[in-house]
Design a protein around this ligand. Structure first.
Ligand code: MG
Length: 273
């Protein structure tokens, strides 16, 4: 009898821990001094935070190199030095620095930096490309590079394109793949074989019922890009699985506060991951 009670208590504790909201740094922790979005420096900064993961954007250049950059225009559409990250070649894209003199990293360089920390996860956003054929080629190339680096157990995937999500589900069935586009109800996402929804705060505020609906189906719920205290608190209270943010320090602080005040309803431990 004692053992049964203990087992039940343990099961409840495990369930509670699994429901903990965790932090994902959007494009790395780029707000730190001297850093910039999607750079090795922003990834390194995120690795120091003890958070669940760091998100990045991956595009393929015209000569088939995988680069970590948001695009489609690098340095902004109005900048005379702008480059198109999918229509220009690698040499051209690489020749234009990011903010603060950081360079555009290759996916290979990014994965090498990931090896400096065996715990934090990399959340790779596979960007939309021009045709379904190109999207399939890009998806396969990214999955192959992740496998070659031996990091398949430390990477999650996200994408707006259903073609990309379908390809990840097919080629990397043991990895998480979350859909970003916000137009599928959780049941549809589950039906398609994806493992989560990663929807904008606007979509999830219009459909707050999708959070519990998705979790009931065994899907993870991630929300982007949540930076302001009011909205951070809203999604902590809604018990989403992940908050993707440009302001990871604020989210970490508010999760700790929520714990102390019992608002989050459970013990919080970011290091558990
Ligand atoms: Mg992104």
């Amino acid at each position: 009898m004692k053992r049964t009670i203990l087992t039940a208590a343990l099961a409840i504790a495990t369930l509670t821990a699994a429901a903990q909201t965790q932090v994902i740094a959007h494009r790395g922790f780029h707000a730190a001094e001297g850093s910039a979005h999607n750079t090795i420096s922003s990834l390194r900064n995120a690795q120091k935070l003890g958070i669940y993961g760091s998100e990045c954007d991956v595009n393929m250049t015209s000569d088939d190199s995988l680069v970590v950059v948001h695009g489609k225009w690098h340095r902004g559409r109005k900048d005379p030095q702008r480059v198109h990250v999918q229509k220009d070649d690698f040499k051209t894209v690489r020749s234009r620095s990011c903010e603060n003199g950081n360079i555009v990293p290759t996916l290979h360089e990014y994965l090498e930096q990931m090896k400096a920390d065996g715990k934090m996860r990399l959340v790779i956003e596979i960007k939309n490309h021009d045709t379904p054929e190109r999207e399939k080629q890009v998806t396969k190339a990214i999955i192959d590079q992740v496998k070659a680096a031996g990091l398949e157990n430390q990477v999650d995937y996200i994408a707006f394109s259903a073609v990309v999500c379908d390809e990840v589900a097919r080629l990397a069935p043991h990895n998480e793949i979350a859909y970003l586009n916000g137009d599928y109800a959780p049941a549809v996402v589950k039906e398609r074989g994806y493992t989560g929804i990663d929807y904008s705060k606007k979509v999830l505020r219009e459909h707050p019922e999708w959070i519990a609906e998705a979790q009931k189906l065994g899907l993870k719920v991630n929300v982007w890009t949540v930076n302001e205290p009011e909205e951070i608190q809203y999604f902590i209270d809604k018990k989403v699985d992940f908050i993707t943010t440009d302001n990871p320090l604020k989210v970490i602080e508010m999760l700790k506060q929520a714990d102390k005040g019992g608002k989050n309803g459970k013990k919080h431990n970011q290091k558990t991951r």
